[in-house]
Design a protein around this ligand. Structure first.
Ligand code: SF4
Length: 357
């Protein structure tokens, strides 16, 4: 691994992490350690602008100030503990979390773009039947620092153009941390990214989506996968608590014509959700909403009754939806050989990733 660990290993348990703090919180830190309040802005620039790995590197803070700061704080960045490289350039990294879990994130380079798919929880409690993470169960929430550390410490971080919250976990089930992370990624005193570069996915946790729409301008992607509630429930137990129709009613009220984009993710399963009946229902539900649909190829997982639809079916479904007024694309699949593709993330064992299978 190329990244160096910061100075955290030298310190005791009470050392706090600066990564993940807002400018106001950094101001409080500055006051606490006897630095002038304007030092908070300098700290934010070092952390979020220059991505330093140690307090020593904050060279426009006085030596005395740095030393006082380093007694109680560290940057808090931690390098990945493992990497798997795909033949298509995609790389999957394993990161330790503050609570001792391990989570995966996927770096996807594509010409002059690079997307990072980050995790928001260790495992997931939504239990989608077709997803390796869902099978893994729930291991705990990530902190905002854990989430941001994936962006901060992934090799090639400086080349990132987009971030998608589509790794392990349901982001709306850990909304405080996800909101803090997205706010720091888009704040002028943070990474200062446009919210248009960030997409947060959800199975449809209604209250979470409602709050997210109020407090963030980032794009939203809904994991739909079946337009009929009873059939969706058989694939996604979360449908019981967070019904699709209720969510769509909420989404219809939102103005999607401006900056923010709404997309629906649709894994196409052979014989399960790829019929004309499904296509017609998708059009009925989605044509009135300003949105797009991403069709995703299913990557088979061990001991699963699900299998992917044929290429012809994928193309037919894309053309049917597009022809009936729903903008639809087939998402390119990346990193399949290292189990980095959609629904394949899993983190119980570092190497190999799928429980040794
Ligand atoms: S698909 Fe997403 S929401 Fe469903 S179990 Fe997997 S990680 Fe959780």
């Amino acid at each position: 691994m190329q990244n160096k660990r910061d100075d955290s290993s030298k310190k005791g348990d009470k050392v706090k992490k600066l990564l993940g703090m807002t400018l106001d919180e950094l101001k409080a830190v500055a006051t606490e350690v006897g630095l002038p309040r304007f030092a908070a802005k300098q700290m934010a620039e070092w952390i979020y602008g220059k991505h330093v790995r140690s307090i020593e590197e904050m060279t426009n803070l006085s030596l005395k100030g740095r030393s006082a700061l380093a007694k109680h704080y560290e940057i808090g960045c931690v390098p990945p503990s493992d990497v798997q490289q795909s033949t298509d350039g995609t790389a999957k990294y394993l990161f330790p979390t503050e609570s001792g879990q391990q989570v995966e994130c996927v770096y996807i380079p594509d010409d002059d773009r690079a997307t990072l798919c980050v995790s928001s929880q260790a495992g997931c409690r939504m239990g989608c039947r077709f997803c390796m993470t869902g099978r893994q169960g729930f291991g705990g929430n990530l902190s905002a620092t854990d989430i941001l550390n994936q962006v901060y410490s992934v090799p090639g971080s400086e080349k990132l153009t987009n971030i998608v919250f589509m790794g392990q976990g349901e982001p709306m089930d850990n909304l405080d941390a996800v909101l803090r992370a997205t706010q720091l990624l888009t704040a002028p005193d943070g990474w200062a990214w446009s919210p248009k570069r960030i997409t947060v996915s959800t199975v449809g946790v209604r209250k979470g989506v409602e709050r997210f729409l109020q407090e963030s301008d980032c794009h939203v992607a809904v994991s739909l996968h079946n337009p009929f509630p009873e059939e969706r429930l058989a694939m996604m137990p979360a449908e019981k608590a967070f019904g699709l129709l209720d969510l769509l009613a909420l989404l219809r009220k939102q103005d999607w014509s401006h900056q923010r984009r709404l997309s629906f993710e649709y894994i196409v399963f052979g014989g399960l959700n790829d019929s004309e009946r499904h296509a017609r229902e998708l059009v009925r539900l989605l044509a009135p909403i300003e949105c797009r649909v991403n069709l995703i190829r299913f990557h088979e997982i061990p001991d699963s009754p699900y299998h992917g639809a044929s290429e012809e079916k994928m193309v037919w479904l894309r053309d049917y939806l597009t022809h009936h007024g729903v903008t639809t694309t087939i998402r390119a699949s990346r990193g399949q050989d290292i189990f980095a593709a959609c629904g394949l993330l899993h983190s119980r064992t570092p190497q190999p990733p799928l429980g040794g299978a």
